[in-house]
Write a protein of this length. Structure first.
Length: 378
């Protein structure tokens, strides 16, 4: 028994029996046995989807109207339809993909995934698609960083700042980001014993910059921890051989010694060590009190020396004046008059009887004026 089948202008038909293709039906009217299974496909749907796709594409007539993508493990395909991205295909799809040639303006770009890195002028559109995200791994290297691309644990390339895309499923791929900007390493609250057995708490600061990203990643499991530990040891070495007074007076020299001892080790890790400085040197509480008393005693002693020096200078000045007065009666007379002037200035009113000599006699003792006192008459 036969059945009448009509295939439209934008359709194709497949008469199947037992999973085998019996007839390929183009547009028109066809009579097929009723025992055949019929599958229809629309050319308005770009992809031919069928559970028997591998059987269908083996037919030369069917294959002539299709673009078939049957990708190997290291192959990928980017499909554009009418100028727009349709899909990105890889072997993860699990089988061939067939596009109708008459579905529109079809463009297929086949890619060699063994190169791993995928570059394209419309990379942003590809990565934004669902199929692109499935087949591609996106990596962004920020400004001031360097990317190390490892494939199967071997370095393949160093990546400058930018956006990259790598095919998935081709080897074990990983990108390590290394920050090449200047970093600050702070050592806070480091307890260090001086040569005279005084425990100090020291804060140290240093700046570093990665010069060799590969060496930074491969030279140590945690290069930052190694740098930190080297700074600790360098600080202990520089302070441990000094007494407390020397530590307090040689902060800059200690920083220089720490830099000189740690810089070679840092270069072995691919790092350049720049500024090193001691920010704080903190004494124990009882040591601070004792040091304050010492400083206070030193200040008092200096103040006493200055005071005695001033007294000595004043005494010498008086002695010089006395010698001059002794040698010159006129100078003595002037000194007497100055003394009288100062005394008179402090009196509100003054009635002078008997002249200056009488005033000197009354105001000044005879040892000052040098004038014999006139005893008043009884």
């Amino acid at each position: 028994m036969f059945v009448r089948i009509r295939i439209g202008r934008r359709e194709r038909g497949f008469a199947l029996h037992g999973g085998d293709l019996i007839r390929y039906l183009r547009p028109g009217v066809h009579w097929i046995r009723s025992c055949y299974a019929l599958e229809r496909a629309s050319l308005d749907v770009p992809i031919l989807e069928s559970d028997h796709l591998r059987t269908l594409i083996r037919d030369p007539q069917v294959r002539s109207e299709l673009e078939v993508l049957d990708l190997a493990q290291d192959q990928r395909a980017v499909v554009w339809l009418d100028g727009r991205l349709h899909a990105v295909w890889g072997p993860s799809h699990g089988g061939p993909v067939a596009y109708w040639q008459d579905c529109g303006e079809l463009e297929i770009e086949r890619c060699d995934a063994s190169q791993l890195e995928f570059r394209h002028r419309r990379l942003n559109a590809i990565l934004a698609s669902q199929s692109g995200a499935r087949e591609l791994e996106q990596v962004t290297v920020p400004a001031g960083h360097r990317g190390l691309h490892y494939v199967d644990h071997a370095l393949r390339a160093e990546l400058e700042p930018g956006r990259y895309a790598f095919w998935r499923g081709v080897g074990q791929s990983a990108v390590r980001l290394v920050d090449q900007r200047t970093q600050t390493v702070d050592l806070t609250g480091q307890e260090v014993l001086t040569a005279d057995k005084v425990t100090l708490r020291v804060n140290l600061s240093a700046t570093t910059r990665v010069a060799d990203p590969r060496q930074w990643v491969e030279a140590a499991d945690d290069s930052s921890a190694v740098i930190y530990r080297q700074l600790q040891l360098g600080l202990r070495r520089a302070i441990g051989v000094r007494r407390l007074d020397d530590v307090l007076q040689a902060k800059e020299q200690i920083a220089v010694e720490v830099h000189e001892s740690v810089a070679p080790h840092a270069l072995e890790l691919g790092v350049r060590l720049h500024d090193v400085g001691l920010r704080d040197v903190i004494l124990p509480g009882e040591m601070r009190a004792l040091l304050n008393r010492v400083i206070e005693a030193e200040v008092r002693a200096r103040a006493g020396v200055i005071e005695r020096r001033e007294e000595t200078q004043a005494t010498r000045s008086l002695l010089s004046t006395a010698r001059l007065v002794e040698q010159s009666p006129t100078l003595m007379r002037l000194k007497e008059l100055e003394a009288v002037e100062r005394m008179v200035a402090s009196v509100d009113s003054l009635h002078l009887i008997g002249g200056v000599e009488e005033l000197l006699t009354q105001l000044l003792p005879p040892t000052v004026t040098g004038v014999p006192l006139v005893e008043p008459s009884a």
